[in-house]
Ligand binder design. Structure first.
Ligand SMILES: *Cc1c(COP(=O)(O)O)cnc(C)c1O
Length: 388
């Protein structure tokens, strides 16, 4: 489905670390973090050992605790909701824009109004099994899906109106731009992730960026077993975690950051090859790019099939032809542990479910060749023809 893009520069960078005794919390993580304050223009970057860990620390820094309500999207990778459950907060889902797959700001505003007024939504979602909400609306956790920013100006307007913290899950959008501003810098805290399928990789890893110095200090302590500045190795001011990013990973990440522009433009080229070819295949829609997206950072390439086409049947045929594909996303509210805990049902978030039914991620990475893209598209065309 995907492949990291590594050169000898990355291999050498990791090898150099192994010649030193500093394998954790040394110069490499500091350099990696500096690359991110430089890249985003924000004051603070905190390296962690996964994107999920980064999001979890944002939840802690935002003061989100048991029973607090957070508005978020059901159309995402599960981690964006899981980090709320880690703190026994209550995620209240808001459906998405049918074209981009990102949070619908109009529905978001409605939900915030409704929740604070104790309206229908409050009754419906907060009374559900397992929610135990104190009904304090605390924050918005938005996601930049597939490498495209949500409509953050409108989301922030809702946040400002209701006094909410904003967490931007930019784990899929390193390098994306919204009205000329960088994804990850549009909320109070932003998070990037570096699993091998992301735009840059550290193996496992993530980073938080923020302008909030107090939150940054807290998150630095929490990633390091709750050790505040001044604490010794065995004294712990806070309940913390081991979310540290090791030096080999940080060195790999810093070497990848030096190639970021190259990595992003290779992905852009592959997306362009797909776009040209898919335009000629009836029944298949290429990803939608918003006008406010001044730069798309291609993370995955998710096409959408016409509702009349059986997506799962196409997927099966493509797999049989040697083209790996994946339905994308399976809605979070319909995951077994979510239906079990909150009693969600099919039909609760129709736009999310519709995209979940029609979307298919094609093989995608910056190292794909034009011939490979051509093969994938020719196979889709041929297999769609056989379905009819
Ligand atoms: C990749 C990703 C994460 C974090 O993933 P990790 O595997 O924990 O690094 C979080 N949210 C979204 C939307 C993602 O795509």
């Amino acid at each position: 489905m995907s492949s990291p893009d590594l050169t000898d520069a990355e291999r050498q960078a990791v090898f150099e670390v192994l010649k030193t005794p500093d394998l954790s919390m040394g110069p490499q993580i500091r350099a990696f973090e500096k690359a991110f304050t430089h890249f985003t223009g924000l004051g603070h970057a905190i390296g962690v050992n996964s994107g999920t860990a980064g999001l979890h620390l944002c939840v802690r820094a935002a003061g989100i605790g048991p029973g607090d309500v957070v508005l978020t999207t059901p159309f995402s990778f599960v981690a964006s909701t899981n980090v709320l459950l880690f703190e026994n907060a209550v995620p209240v889902f808001v459906d998405i824009d049918p074209r981009s797959g990102n949070l619908d700001p109009v529905l978001l505003a409605e939900a915030a109004r409704d929740l604070t007024a104790g309206g229908e939504r409050a009754q419906k979602w907060l009374s559900r099994k397992g929610s135990a909400a104190r009904r304090a609306l605390k924050a918005i956790l938005g996601v930049d899906v597939f490498g495209q920013s949500a409509d953050w100006d409108l989301i922030r307007k809702v946040a400002n109106q209701f006094g909410l913290k904003v967490i931007e899950d930019s784990c899929e959008a390193l390098g994306a731009e919204y009205k000329g501003r960088k994804a990850g810098t549009l909320g109070d805290y932003g998070v990037f992730a570096f699993y091998p399928n992301k735009q840059i990789t550290t193996g496992e890893g993530g980073i938080i960026v923020t302008e909030d110095a107090r939150a940054a200090d807290l998150m630095r302590a929490l990633r390091n077993q709750g050790r505040a500045p001044g604490d010794t190795w065995l004294s712990h001011t806070y309940l913390g975690y081991n979310y540290r990013l090791d030096e080999m990973s940080a060195a790999l990440g810093a070497a990848q950051m030096l190639r970021l522009e190259e990595l992003l433009s290779k992905r852009e080229q592959v997306a362009a090859w797909y776009g040209e070819r898919l335009a000629e295949i009836p029944g298949v829609e290429a990803p939608f790019v918003e006008k406010f997206t001044t730069r798309m950072s291609w993370f995955v390439y998710v096409v959408r099939f016409d509702p009349a086409i059986d997506r799962d049947a196409v997927a099966k045929q493509l797999e049989a032809c040697g083209v790996p594909v994946r339905p994308y996303f399976l809605p979070i509210h319909l995951q077994p542990y979510m239906t079990e805990r909150f009693g969600y049902r099919a039909g609760d978030f129709p736009v999310t479910e519709d995209l979940g039914r029609r979307g298919l991620a094609l093989p995608f990475s910056g190292v794909m060749t034009e011939e490979q893209v051509e093969f994938v598209c020719r196979t889709i065309h041929a297999e769609l023809g056989k379905l009819k």
